[in-house]
Design a protein around this ligand. Structure first.
Ligand code: NAD
Length: 512
């Protein structure tokens, strides 16, 4: 397998060659990884392409066995995996367990079990007269080499997780993890190798944007997760070679709280979905709209729950609720959004500041008196902030929720679940939860993908593995005359007779 080696940090912690990986919660440099150039990526791609046919030939059962042995490896090495995720992201142990380790284990199970069914040959029936009596089939074949490019917020779930359906479909994969969090991908590749994944089928290409760009040029399909800005660059570059892309991009997920909501559940859900993973989740709650009659009560509950959160260095299970800010520039963006809102009249009723160093923290922050002139309500903050806005009614909430270039997820809280679903159907987002937040991601049967600037395509479900395949239509003609009626030579008499037949068939205005 084409994994890169972790290099030891130099004695004084300064960067040697390659990329320094930092623990965001302590500020310490914990490793160095190579920054691969285009030539090295091409070499990985060549080896992966050479390894792919044998991997595909192993069949679904053979590949499923590797998945299930990897699942066992994951459970056997759970603490090591959690520690690695925590060390490079600064998230809490619980967030690393519930949203990464558990996702990995369930995704390994899910694709091992369902890939064959999703990619089985399909018998197709047609109403066309021209194909009567013929056998029609749709089949799927692996694309060959898939490039997965991932972000830093979920190094297991959103990088390694997307490799699994691509691999189960019979592809080789080059994974380009974020330069901020490459260690988890390298460890999991080691786990897959220990579980019997053949050499070179999964290559980890560590590096920065330039390495990602080289991956785009080297593969047959790109699965990209990251910012909308980079997603557009990837799509533009992929257009040059007509390489298909699937894009999972940024979000600004709204929560709507209606006056009849269970406020205790709504407030607990809001606090969890805004602050888990330090708010660095693409589908985190980024803005809340509350109907006026319950606004004050909702804010009071949120404030109390937020004040109770413990933030700091995540040293073990139960140590902290909210961890660090993983990516240095993100702290600037969070601070800018909070300052911009306060400058325009908002109030930070909890938090509002960076935490004390040497690690990089931002206090869980609740903003009130906010509106859509503020960046905190319109741009992706991707940090532990929850701006809450009072609205007159559900109509205003829906209008404001949809007033966004993004459309990833959202939620609505009400005791009237029929009304909740009706509101959900009017929200412009790829996934909406009623009386819940984010948990749709755990249902791997349910597609997850963004509308508008939040993406193109989706992960999970049948579409989440078929996108890693070429589809082929096969038509088999068993019983046939020597010459069909539409073959040459064209004869006027036959054509006129056919036209009379077509009129008989389609000449009525109503349903057949
Ligand atoms: P990013 O766009 O900065 O980087 C993502 C990846 O792209 C990194 O590996 C980076 O090295 C690589 N890259 C950078 N330039 C490239 C180029 N020109 N060609 C190819 N690759 C290139 O994103 P990020 O800051 O790492 O992640 C945060 C973003 O990801 C947020 O916007 C978040 O909402 C989004 N995200 C979306 C989902 C989803 O499922 N929709 C999930 C997680 C994160």
């Amino acid at each position: 397998m084409g994994t890169t080696e972790t290099q030891a940090p130099s004695a004084n912690g300064a960067a040697t060659d390659g990329i320094a990986v930092e623990n965001p919660a302590t500020g310490a440099v914990i490793a160095h990884v190579p920054d691969l150039g285009p030539g090295e990526v091409r070499a990985l791609a060549e080896r992966a392409r050479a390894a792919q046919p044998a991997w595909a030939a192993l069949g679904f059962d053979g590949r499923a066995q590797v998945m299930l042995r990897t699942r066992k490896w994951l459970m056997d090495n759970a603490e090591r995996v959690i520690e690695t995720i925590v060390s490079e992201t600064g998230k809490s142990w619980e967030d690393a367990q519930s949203a990464e380790l558990v996702y990995g284990a369930s995704a390994l199970s899910f694709w091992a079990k369902h890939a064959e069914r999703y990619l089985a040959d399909e018998r197709v029936r047609s109403s066309s007269l021209f194909v009567k009596g013929k056998k029609l089939k749709l089949r799927y074949e692996p694309l060959g080499l898939v490039g997965v490019i991932g972000p830093w917020n979920y190094p297991l779930t959103n990088s390694f997780g997307d490799c699994l359906p691509a691999l189960m479909a019979g592809n080789a994969v080059i994974l380009k993890p974020s330069e901020v969090t490459p260690l988890t991908s390298m460890l999991l590749a080691e786990g897959m190798r220990a579980a019997g994944l053949p050499e070179d089928v999964l290559a980890i290409a560590t590096g920065r944007g330039q390495t990602g760009s080289a991956v785009v040029d080297a593969v047959d399909m790109v699965m990209f997760t990251g910012s909308t800005r980079t997603g557009k660059l990837v799509m533009r570059q992929a257009a040059e070679t007509l390489t298909p892309v699937s894009l999972e991009l940024g979000g600004k997920d709204p929560m709507i709280v209606l006056a009849d909501a269970d406020l205790e559940r709504a407030a607990s859900s809001a606090v969890w979905s805004a602050f888990m993973n330090g708010g660095q989740t693409c589908i985190s709650t980024e803005r809340v709209y509350v109907e006026a009659p319950v606004y004050d009560a909702f804010v009071a509950k949120v404030v109390a729950k937020t004040r109770a959160l413990r933030q700091g260095v995540p040293s073990d299970f139960g140590a902290v609720d909210v961890g660090a800010i993983t990516f240095p520039p993100q702290a600037e963006i969070i601070e800018r959004h909070v300052q911009d809102a306060i400058g325009k009249g908002a109030k930070a009723v909890v938090g509002g500041h960076r935490g004390a160093g040497p690690g990089r923290f931002f206090e869980p922050t609740v903003l009130v008196d906010v509106d859509h002139t503020m960046e905190a309500m319109t741009e992706e903050t991707f940090g532990p902030t929850m701006p809450i806005m009072r609205v007159a009614d559900a109509e205003e909430a829906i209008r404001l929720a949809n007033d966004s270039p993004y459309g990833l997820g959202g939620s609505v809280f009400t005791k009237d679940v029929g009304r909740g679903e009706a509101v959900a159907r009017r929200m412009q987002a790829g996934a909406v939860n009623v009386n819940d937040t984010m948990i749709n991601f755990a249902a791997l049967e349910l597609p997850m993908g963004g509308w508008k600037a939040s993406g193109l395509g989706s992960r999970h479900g049948a579409g989440g593995i078929r996108k890693y395949c070429k589809q082929q239509a096969i038509l088999v003609s068993r019983l046939h005359p020597k010459r069909d009626v539409h073959h040459f030579p064209y004869k006027a008499k036959t054509s006129r007779r056919l036209l009379r037949g077509f009129r008989l068939l389609w000449g009525r205005g109503g349903r057949d």
